[in-house]
Design a protein around this ligand. Structure first.
Ligand SMILES: [Zn+2]
Ligand SMILES: [Zn+2]
Length: 290
C-alpha cells in the first residue's frame, strides 16, 4: 500500500491534521492531510522548515528513545515523532488534551504508526511512482448540495466540501468542459506556486506573497473560478494563511466573518466576498448557528 495512504489512514483514525514520512536524510517521502490548518510560523516551521529542517528533526530522536513517540508542542499545536527503521513518521494536531490524556493519546497514535508502518518498511521508490487516486473513503460523503470551496492542497481535484474538507466528486457538479479546463489550469498554476513555497529557500518569500495576496494573479483567477462554480453550487474561495485580525474581520471588506467548525478545523467565512479561511482555534467570528 502507498505510503501516502497509510499516512492518511493514520491521520483519519486519530483525527490528526497532517503528517509526513521523512527519510533518514530528512527528505519527505510522503505527506498527507491539510497543512493549511497549521500556523506556517509554528511547529511546522520548527520541524520541517524554514526555521528547522527535516534532517534536524530526524536527528531529534534516538533509536533507544524512552518516550515513544516523542512529543513536541508549540502554542496549541502538537506533533508526535516516531522512528521506523530508517524513516521517521511525524504527525501534527491541534488542541492537545490535558496532561496524562495527551500522553495516552500519543501512545495510541504510536501504536497505530507501528501497525501501519512497522510490518513492512516504507519503500522510498514510491516517491518516484505515479500518485494513487484519492481513495473512495476520503471523498466527500455529505448529503448532496452542500457548499463547496475552491482550495488546492497538492492533490488533483481542488474542489472541496466546505463541511468535511474532503474532495467533492467533480461529476456531482454540472461542470462544463470549459470550466473543467479552467479549474485544471488554475490548479496547476496554484500548485506550482504552493510547491515553491513548500520547498523553502529562495522562492519561499515570493511564493508566500503570491499565495497570501488576494489580488495576485493566481488568486484573482481563482476567485473568478469561484464565482463560476458559485452558479452551480454555493462556493467559497480558500484564502491562504489569511492574515485575519484578532477581531475576525474579512481582509477584503472588513466585515465580521462567520465562524464554522468542520471536523478538526475551524474556519471563518465572509459571505459577501465568498472567502473562507482556516484559523488556529475557536476565537472571534459570529457562530454559524447564531
Ligand atoms: Zn463533505
Ligand atoms: Zn469580505
Amino acid at each position: 500500500m502507498e505510503l501516502h495512504d497509510r499516512l492518511q489512514r493514520l491521520l483519519d483514525q486519530h483525527d490528526l491534521l497532517c503528517g509526513v514520512v521523512l527519510s533518514n536524510t530528512g527528505r519527505e517521502l510522503a505527506r498527507a492531510g491539510d497543512f493549511g490548518a497549521l500556523d506556517r510560523d509554528g511547529l511546522l516551521s520548527t520541524l520541517l522548515g524554514p526555521r528547522g529542517s527535516g534532517r534536524a528533526t530526524y536527528g531529534l530522536m534516538q533509536p533507544d528513545e524512552k518516550i515513544r513517540p516523542a512529543l513536541m508542542e508549540e502554542g496549541d499545536e502538537f506533533a508526535f515523532l516516531e522512528l521506523i527503521d530508517q524513516t521517521m513518521v511525524v504527525v501534527f494536531g491541534r488542541e492537545r488534551k490535558e496532561g496524562m490524556a495527551h500522553y495516552l493519546f500519543s501512545r495510541q497514535v504510536g501504536a497505530t504508526i507501528l501497525a501501519e508502518f512497522g510490518a513492512e518498511a516504507p519503500v522510498p521508490i514510491e516517491i518516484l511512482s505515479p500518485p494513487a487516486a484519492t481513495p473512495e473513503n476520503e471523498l466527500c460523503g455529505c448529503p448532496p448540495g452542500q457548499p463547496i470551496k475552491l482550495m488546492q492542497t497538492l492533490t488533483y481535484n481542488p474542489i472541496h466540501c466546505l463541511q468535511c474538507n474532503q474532495e467533492v466528486r467533480p461529476e456531482t457538479l454540472a461542470l462544463t468542459p470549459e470550466l473543467m479546463q479552467a479549474v485544471a489550469r488554475w490548479r496547476d498554476v496554484y500548485d506550482a506556486i504552493d510547491r515553491l513555497w513548500l520547498d523553502g529557500g529562495d522562492y519561499e518569500t515570493w511564493a508566500e506573497a503570491e499565495l497570501s495576496n488576494l489580488e495576485s494573479s493566481v488568486n484573482r483567477q481563482g476567485r473568478q473560478l469561484q464565482a463560476s462554480l458559485n452558479r452551480l453550487r454555493r462556493c467559497y474561495y480558500y484564502g491562504f494563511q489569511g492574515r485575519i485580525s484578532a477581531a475576525g474581520l474579512c481582509p477584503l471588506c472588513s466585515q465580521a466573518m462567520i465562524a464554522l467548525k468542520s471536523g478538526p478545523a475551524h474556519q471563518l467565512l465572509c459571505e459577501g466576498c465568498s472567502l473562507v479561511f482556516f484559523r488556529p482555534e475557536a476565537g472571534p467570528g459570529i457562530p454559524a448557528n447564531a
